[in-house]
Design a protein around this ligand. Structure first.
Ligand SMILES: Nc1ncnc2c1ncn2[C@@H]1O[C@H](COP(=O)(O)OP(=O)(O)OP(=O)(O)O)[C@@H](O)[C@H]1O
Ligand SMILES: [Mg+2]
Length: 326
């Protein structure tokens, strides 16, 4: 297993009490492991993404950390509290928005928040409900029944509800699944806002764009195992660099001069019309040098490509994130 950022900071993280620590976590449904030995540390602060295809074990991992389904083997602690032995302490620190919507279609927006405040016996209920409505941008919809809300507004309501008891960690299981582009953006903004207010967000997704946009760190999970962890940039860099494709009027001497530029790892001559394919670390920094070197060759076209998270997943697992067969 590769551990990029996590390895570098491992000793540092080891000394602190992290937000969540999974140690050797296994969960079986029948013979098949949903979680096959998970070791993972999620630090406090920022947005941590659990990224993997259908059936990878993302929800099982969330259920283990939120006291809903205890692990068969291993342990999970949340701010040092064991999820099995100190479940009440763990639950006080966490909020959870489930993968499937859990709203009552007949209740209004305000009634949902009111009910949640009562169930949790939260003090200052009416002020809290007002504050939740306002910060989720739902004040104008307070009287709407859930059946009248768009999917995105429903999600915003669920997130606002999950935050009412001011948890230190909010788990969001596939927060934008099934939402259109506009609704998805609005939920993303709500999540960013939360992170800026210091709530630790743990989100599961199989949407690469979402992970790239929201997450400070990621763990790729596949078939119940952590495949690799790191920041989105570290993970992309781990593939060995950016790719610059150059089409030139005249290729003479270009290949050898580009090879001499610092950080250039590989130069491959494509067909005469396609030009050169250059693999380079820190591509955006090197691009001016590369172009300066070949100016005399007549530049016809430049194409710059960063590896995507999809490519990273494919590299480490040998299959696409969208494959259900994993
Ligand atoms: N209650 C259950 N009973 C039996 N099998 C289960 C149960 N919950 C999960 N599984 C199995 O465990 C494995 C992991 O499921 P899990 O729901 O954790 O995956 P996931 O990554 O959340 O998938 P998705 O992206 O579809 O939500 C799957 O093979 C699933 O069929
Ligand atoms: Mg799931």
């Amino acid at each position: 297993m590769f551990n990029l950022t996590q390895d570098r900071k491992f000793e540092e993280i080891e000394r602190e009490v992290p937000a969540i620590r999974f140690k050797g976590v296994e969960k079986y449904y029948g013979e098949r492991p949903a979680l096959a030995g998970i070791d993972l540390v999620i630090p406090e602060g920022g947005c941590f993404g659990l990224l993997g295809p259908n059936g990878a074990g993302k929800t099982s991992l969330v259920r283990a950390a939120t006291t809903l389904t205890p692990p068969d083997q291993g342990s999970v602690t949340v701010f040092g509290h064991d999820v099995v032995k100190q479940g009440a302490d763990v639950r006080a620190d966490i909020g959870l928005v489930f993968q499937e919507s859990c709203l009552d279609r007949q209740l209004t927006v305000e009634e949902h928040l009111e009910l949640h405040a009562r169930l949790y016996r939260l003090p200052g209920r009416s002020v809290l409900v007002e504050e939740s409505l306002r910060s989720a941008g739902l004040a104008d919809l307070r009287g709407c029944r859930v059946r009248e809300l768009s999917g995105g507004m429903g999600r915003r309501l669920e997130i606002a509800r999950g935050l009412m008891h001011l948890p230190r960690i909010l788990f969001l299981d596939e927060p934008t699944i099934g939402l259109d582009v506009v609704a998805r953006r609005s939920v993303w903004e709500q999540i960013r806002e939360l992170v800026s207010r210091r709530t630790t967000v743990v989100l599961t997704t199989h949407d690469m764009e979402e992970a790239d946009f929201l997450c400070d760190r990621l763990a790729f999970i596949d078939a119940g195992r952590i495949i690799t962890t790191g920041t989105p940039d570290d993970l992309k860099r781990s593939l060995g660099g950016d790719v610059v494709t150059l089409r030139l009027e005249n290729l003479e001497g270009a290949e050898s001069s580009i090879r001499l530029i610092r950080n250039v790892r590989e130069v491959v001559k494509l067909s005469e019309s396609e030009g050169l394919r250059i693999v380079v670390f820190e591509g955006s920094r090197c691009l001016p040098d590369i172009l300066a070197n070949v100016r005399a060759n007549g530049i016809l076209d430049v194409h710059f490509e960063r590896p995507t998270l999809e490519a990273v997943f494919l590299h480490y697992t040998g299959h696409q994130l969208g494959d259900k067969s994993s």
